[in-house]
Design a binder for this molecule. Structure first.
Ligand code: ADP
Length: 306
């Protein structure tokens, strides 16, 4: 399968010296449903800005379906549609005209533009509003209008920057259904979100951003497994080595140094069972503590923000 987005060693330093991206590598496969998750200021919008040719990278390579956005922006643009975070159409333009004008930018024949405008406005529940000025729309409708506009040239890749921020729960779910539908139809989708729940419901793969770097890039399934995993660190009274665990019920323990090791609790297992196993092999524990992994730190920092 082709690579929809391919990014190597991407850096972005803004004019004020802020390093928004610090060496990002990322591959998104065609037909994937991919989430960029991370707290405010992590660099998600900057990355989207660079992919969509609105922000210039400091260094690195970014290509969309094999076309470099830096050297071939016009060719690359044909393959993606962008739904930005902020509403960016004229409030005085009529709803149908917002989509028709965009079709004009892509040189679509008027009859094709009309047919697609009707199709996407209908699919997004906006056909009845087609003659209204766009400023009359609710926040959720404006966002749906931006999705219709982004799809009118039928791009292979749709990129959405926080599509459901501030959108109420019913509307959020209907937007999810719509996005899933077009993904099934073959469109690759990349979205940024603050909400793990959103990524969990929609996405197959996920990259977690923090402070301009990707700290985790994995399938949604294995991320959720990791989140459920509890790890404990044990400090021991006496020196230990790997052999002590061999053949025991805690063969999955990992030695950290001469006096400590860590163990992942299996689902349904609790600490008292681990202590039973340890006493069987004569290990005396001085101290035990829960391990905070990078993922937990990420979610803690997210919790501080929200
Ligand atoms: P996110 O979308 O994950 O919230 P952004 O990409 O918007 O993060 O921002 C990443 C960092 O870059 C933030 O610290 C932000 O303040 C900074 N930043 C974003 N845009 C600019 C800009 N135009 N000039 C200077 N700094 C910026």
């Amino acid at each position: 399968m082709a690579s929809a987005i391919s990014i190597q060693e991407l850096h972005k330093t803004y004019a004020n010296g802020h390093q928004a991206l610090r060496g990002v590598d990322l591959e998104v496969q065609e037909q994937d449903f991919f989430a960029l998750l991370g707290p405010n200021g992590a660099g998600k919008s900057t990355l989207i800005g660079i992919i969509s040719t609105l922000v210039r990278q400091t260094s690195g390579n970014v290509s969309v379906f094999g076309k470099s956005v830096a050297t071939h922006p016009y060719e690359a643009k044909l393959d993606f549609g962008i739904v930005p975070q902020e509403v960016n159409f004229s409030p005085f333009e009529k709803v149908a005209d917002v989509v028709m004008t965009q079709a004009g930018y892509y040189g679509l024949h008027r009859s094709v533009a009309r047919e697609r405008t009707e199709r996407y406005l209908r699919q997004l529940g906006l056909w009845d509003k087609r003659d209204n000025r766009s400023r009359m729309l609710s926040g959720g409708m404006k966002r749906r209008l931006m999705i219709a506009r982004a799809l009118v040239h039928e791009p292979r890749l749709l990129i959405l920057d926080e599509p459901t921020a501030g959108v109420d729960i019913d509307l959020r779910r209907s937007m999810w259904d719509f996005l899933q539908e077009i993904n099934k139809g073959g469109t690759t989708i990349v979205l940024t979100t603050h909400y793990l729940e959103e990524a969990e419901s929609l996405c197959r793969n996920i990259a977690i951003f923090d402070d301009g770097r990707i700290t985790e890039c994995t399938s949604m399934k294995s991320l959720l497994n990791k989140l459920e995993l509890q790890t404990f660190i044990f400090d021991t009274q006496y020196e230990i080595d790997m052999h002590v665990f061999r053949g025991s019920d805690i063969g999955h323990a990992r030695i950290l140094d001469t006096h400590s090791f860590e163990i992942d609790l299996k689902p349904g297992e609790d600490l008292s069972q681990i202590f039973t196993h340890l006493s069987r092999i004569n290990i005396l524990v001085k101290n035990v503590r829960s391990k905070t992994n990078r993922l937990e730190q990420f979610f803690l920092s997210r919790a501080k923000i929200s």
